[in-house]
Each structure stands twice: as C-alpha cells, then as structure tokens.
Design a protein around this ligand. Sequence first.
Ligand code: DP6
Length: 359
Amino acid sequence: MTEFIPNAIDKVEINEGNVTWRTPSNIALVKYWGKEGVQIPKNPSISFTLHNCATITTLEYQKKETASDAFEFEFYFEGKIKDSFKPKIESFFKRIEEFCPYLKAYKFVIKSENTFPHSSGIASSASGMGALAMCVMHLEKEIYPEISEDYFYKKASFLARLGSGSASRSIKGKLVVWGESDAIPESSNLYGIPFPFEVHDNFKEYCDTILLVDKGQKQVSSTVGHNLMIDHPYAERRFQQANENLAKISEILQNGDLKSFIKLVEEEALALHAMMLTSTPTFILMKPNTLEIINRIWNYRNETDSSICFTLDAGANVHVLYPKSEEASVQAFIQNELAAFCEKEQYIHDFVGNGSEKL
Ligand code: DP6
C-alpha cells in the first residue's frame, strides 16, 4: 500500500482550481458481500460499468491561507447545501489522508448531483465515492504532474474503495474485477482493474434496464449488510462459490457462452439474497413484484430464444440484462409486461459504458 503514499514535499505550489468528473454506477455480476479490515473484500467480484446512472461531482480547491489541522469543505447536493452528507465525506477524507497528505492544505467546495432520481433505491455510493475519488486524483496530478496514467487510475480506484467497496469498480473499463482471483492476473483486493482478456462480441454491448420495484424501500445499509457475513453459517462456502464463479465468468466472457452467462448471473443474484435470508437477523429484500418480474422473465425466455436475464442488488429493484441485439424486443416486453410491476411504472434504460469521464 505504500506505493500509494506520495513523496513528501515541503510546500504545495498549486493555489486554486476546480475540476468536474462524471462517474457511473455499476452492476455486479459476481457479487461482493462480506468484507474485513479496511474495506478488504472477502471474495473477488466483477461488474458491468453503467453509463446513464452516474454522479457528477465538481471539486473546487483553494489553498488555505493559514495551515490548520482540519479538513475544511462545504458540500452541496443538487444545488443545495447538504450538511447531513458531511460526516460521510469527513470519514472518507480521514481514511484517505495517509495517502493524500495534501488534503489539509486546501479548502474545498464539493458540488454533487446524480443523473438518476434521488429516491429510486439505486445505490449512489459507488458513483458518488468514485466521482469524489477522481476529483481528488485530479488535484494530486496537479501537485505531482509526473504520475503516470496507470497510477492515476489505480490510485483513484484504491481511494474509491476506501469510500465504498463497489466504487472501486466504477473508475475505468466496461467490465471491472475487484478482489484477488487466481483466474485474473494482476487482480487486487486494493483496487479494481479492467477485465484483462479480450471480451467476446456477445458481451461487448450489453443493456441493463433497472426496474424500480420499490423506490422508497431503504436497502439494507452496506455496513449492516456486509457484517451479516461475519459468523454466517454459509459464509465460507459462499466465498468459495464467488471465487469459482469469477473463474467461470472469466471463461464465459471470453467464449461468448450466453446460456452459461445467464445461469451464473441469476445464481449469483439469488445467492446474494439467500445470504440475507439465512443471516441473523434475516432480511427479505425481494418484494412480491420482484418475484413476479423474475417469473415473467423466465417465461419470456422459455417462449422466445431471448438471452434476457436478471440480477439484483441488495434491494427489491430488478436489473434486466440483455444483449444490444435484443434491445427493441426486450424493451417492448419491459414496457408491455414488466412496467406494471414497477412503482409508478418507472424504470431506467441503461447500457454498459466505459467508466469515469472528466467533463
Ligand atoms: C450488494 O459497495 O455498497 O451491491 O463497501 O460497505 O460501501 P461498502 O458496500 P457496497 O456493497 C455493495 C454490495 C452489492 C454487491 C456488489 O456491488 O458487488
């Protein structure tokens, strides 16, 4: 980890500036569920990076006139000052301070907004922490212009992970692996890396429509959620399964086997929920409409030769995954049959994107 501690410098020369990054959300295919220490995952995970669902964050920085031993920042969310978000950012800054010793030399104004509705039940920690990490790395690059592009993105993912584990997978690449896996060279528990093999054409352009089944439903908070895996009766077997599935999906993504992809992705989604169903305390995060949608996806797949499948995160919403070649037919099916099971018939069409962009 010392590779991410910059050389000490007597005085930072950069006085002020600002930067804006747009960082997307991501959807895990093999799920991260369980962590230890400081955001070290108990198993490796892989996700598709999304495009439309994103956080846009501007960081304005100005060197303090007199040095102080405190983080000084204001935070605006969607144009309004939002002090309730400050503790989260303060603890993020504390966690990354060792790796970003220049933070206390500046006063910051952070302005953030999401492209998706606030109360959609879509987790914003991945895109939010990802965007903030990108902005911090921009400042670092100003101070240390010699850092390489590879280091820039690796460290951005490393910092994002310290904010939220899944955020490490929102930095760069269409498919991102986070967590050590024997199947993926250079994979690391400390940061995400772009999937290192050539991806089959079948998976190059993929779509994800997020069905908003229960917008008000608070997902199980990540702290509570990951802690459920401590002393969980099936924890060890689950971590082993995720490792096996990561090796399998790596082959599948290269050989284009859509049937095996569907089977694995749906098993992962249900395994995640099975962990919640069997933990102490138990959580049932699926709603009747979640199950209705899953059954209808299965029927549609049986009746057509569609490669549609679903995945879930830690909530009631359903992510419908399908190849770009089926965009028109699957979107018609969603509108005609599945929308009725969404709150206010709302859903968000998204697709696989490339990761964070500087605006
Ligand atoms: C179910 O990344 O939100 O979405 O590291 O505590 O911030 P923290 O957790 P978080 O957990 C995401 C869990 C998941 C599965 C996944 O994205 O892999």
